[in-house]
Design a protein around this ligand. Sequence first.
Ligand SMILES: Cc1cc2nc3c(=O)[nH]c(=O)nc-3n(C[C@H](O)[C@H](O)[C@H](O)COP(=O)(O)OP(=O)(O)OC[C@H]3O[C@@H](n4cnc5c(N)ncnc54)[C@H](O)[C@@H]3O)c2cc1C
Length: 383
Amino acid sequence: MATALGLARQGIRSHVLEQAPQLREVGAGLQLGPNGLRALDHLGVLDHLFKTAVFPQHQVLLDVQTGKIIKVLDMGAKFSTRYGYPYILAHRHDLLDALAKACEDSGLVTVQTSKAVTHVIDRENSAEVQCADGSHYVCNALIAADGLRSVVRKEIFVDDPLRPTPYAAFRGTLPAAEIVPQTGKDDLLIWAGSDSHLVQYPLRGGELYNQVAVLRTDHGFDTEDDRQAASAELDTRFSTAHPSVRAGVRKINRGARWTLWDRDPIVVWTKHRIALLGDAAHPMLQFMAQGACQALEDAVCLSWRLGQTPDNIERAFTLYQNTRVLRATRVQLTTRFMDRLWHPSGTDSTLRDEFLSKLAPTDYELFDWLYGDKTFVEGTHVA
Ligand SMILES: Cc1cc2nc3c(=O)[nH]c(=O)nc-3n(C[C@H](O)[C@H](O)[C@H](O)COP(=O)(O)OP(=O)(O)OC[C@H]3O[C@@H](n4cnc5c(N)ncnc54)[C@H](O)[C@@H]3O)c2cc1C
């Protein structure tokens, strides 16, 4: 929807095919860093999103067992001034609503749901898409934002395996009144442990509270027995944790569990009139809360490039790819490294704490490359 809106902002019409019966997001929160907000500002939806967003004042890293504060990052005025945008905590529904409403208002986006794309044909000067219900579409250009298990990536680009990680996540929201946050009520908390972590933050102006519990596991989640075992494992894993963590984990929704996957980076995302975008191009672990932010950067970059050369789609797609590949790959690979920051044990843990304790809450240099980047709208990585 962000890409469709970006195209509409350039005066380009698009048609969205969505496999789900409705446009819906999972009922959970999303952290959006200043780079994601820069993209959303280009799409013109910040005002809408700010109505319900929470603006955290601090990101606090705590020891999951003892509750000791390891590091505080100041996310207040100095942070927003440095990057030009704040860090926000948004409900996924609210982001989707903002994008869908703006798409509708543009009059340039049409959407069809219950349209699962099963097959794609590259016709060089056009692309053909076939759907599970037998319908097919021929288009001037095809942008595949079809996520981690992208059909288009597999059929047109590479049939590469998902890269397994030992981690799975449970997540969900609950009324904020049911949780007593360990530090300030608007803080973003990350409770880190050697084989698990818990992220907690408020949503919807403080009405709701979001929690994501991540743990190492080798259990499945397919049968009812698996689900009961996974739920018991979640409790066991956090059974010796700080009381605030135990209280939060007890209330996490057990109905769904997300196995964390990524794939190795690829450098070719476009072919003739077909382009990959978002998780379809660069799926990443969620340890830096950047997957959606990177997809938003892609959306703005691709539509900007198409707006620049509307008569040469292939050239616009190549410019988009060349602008984005290095940046998205850096985020994708750095995210893997973050495993060592969130889940160290023994000496690694001591070294991490010592390193982080030397940083002041307003030492932002480590984040400049991530939050300050403007290449997706200024395009300096172009070959
Ligand atoms: C636990 C967890 C927490 C996360 N937290 C954050 C965070 O805080 N901040 C952040 O920036 N990112 C976060 N992410 C990552 C983020 O959710 C993803 O990177 C982002 O959703 C990717 O967007 P996308 O549009 O590329 O793909 P998706 O969100 O997967 O959307 C793909 C869409 O395509 C549709 N589709 C798929 N296949 C087909 C088909 N064949 N035909 C038609 N339609 C199809 C799907 O139904 C879906 O609507 C998190 C991820 C997880 C798992």
